[in-house]
Design a protein around this ligand. Structure first.
Ligand code: ZN
Length: 240
């Protein structure tokens, strides 16, 4: 086994869902799924890449989503912080991929940054068509967007940001999120948790994120891990 994968397994991670973001990496994700028994994947176009969205990319996402180890459409959404693509292009790609997820009966992995109002508006139109809902990943938005997403049945994904000194807002959202709606993530290679900031991130650091969330929730880390494992399995694998 690859050395990094071994370290990840030794940290207690059983399954990895690796995330597609661009037309170029759709097949990379599928190759990882094919090459490793504990890797699953998503297919989707990130808002940063939304200007690449067209009919042939849409077909590639749909084709890739038929792979037996693809467990979600993502990541998709809106990012007005970087605004690498126009809000109009981002919205088109987001809505088209939400429709695809509904058609394929897959959950979604949503990225939203500084786009609370428009993310909410899009989900108000589309969330009801998604039987399996999904996760708002790397959640750093407002409590009111969190409340809305939770009321629509989505989970919230938290990563190394919750260990950062300046992330009191994220810790407050975690505190207010029911334990059965939390999933852990890395967002690797970015957002490495304290005390390893500066290193490349990896699922091997998930125990640090679990420890922080258990502290916020004032519960034993083992109980937190049991809960988030159950949540992830229900979200992506339907058969815990
Ligand atoms: Zn993201």
């Amino acid at each position: 086994m690859h050395e990094e994968l071994r370290a990840i397994c030794e940290a207690g991670v059983e399954r990895i869902v690796t995330i597609a973001v661009s037309p170029d990496n759709l097949s990379t994700v599928l190759d990882l799924c094919d090459g490793h028994e504990n890797i699953w994947g998503t297919q989707g176009i990130h808002p940063h890449e939304a200007s690449s969205w067209n009919t042939s990319v849409a077909q590639a996402v749909a084709r890739g989503a038929a792979h037996h180890k693809v467990v979600a459409i993502g990541e998709i959404g809106l990012d007005y912080y970087y605004e690498h693509a126009s809000p109009k292009a981002q919205t088109e790609a987001f809505e088209a991929q939400l429709a695809l997820a509904a058609e394929l009966d897959l959950p979604v992995v949503i990225h939203t940054r500084e786009a609370d109002a428009d993310t909410r508006a899009v989900l108000e139109n589309h969330a009801r068509h998604l039987k399996k809902k999904g996760v708002i990943h790397s959640f750093t938005s407002s409590q009111s967007l969190a409340d809305f997403c939770l009321s629509e049945g989505f989970c919230l994904g938290f990563n190394g940001i919750c260990t950062f000194k300046n992330a009191d807002n994220v810790r407050a959202v975690i505190d207010a999120t029911p334990i059965d709606k939390i999933v852990l993530e890395t967002d690797a290679p970015y957002l490495t948790p304290v005390p390893f900031r500066g290193r490349v991130n990896s699922p091997r650091f998930l125990p640090l994120i679990a420890a922080q969330i258990a502290e916020i929730k004032n519960m034993p880390v083992e109980a937190l891990l049991r809960a988030v494992r159950r949540n992830s399995m229900a979200l992506f694998f339907a058969d815990p």
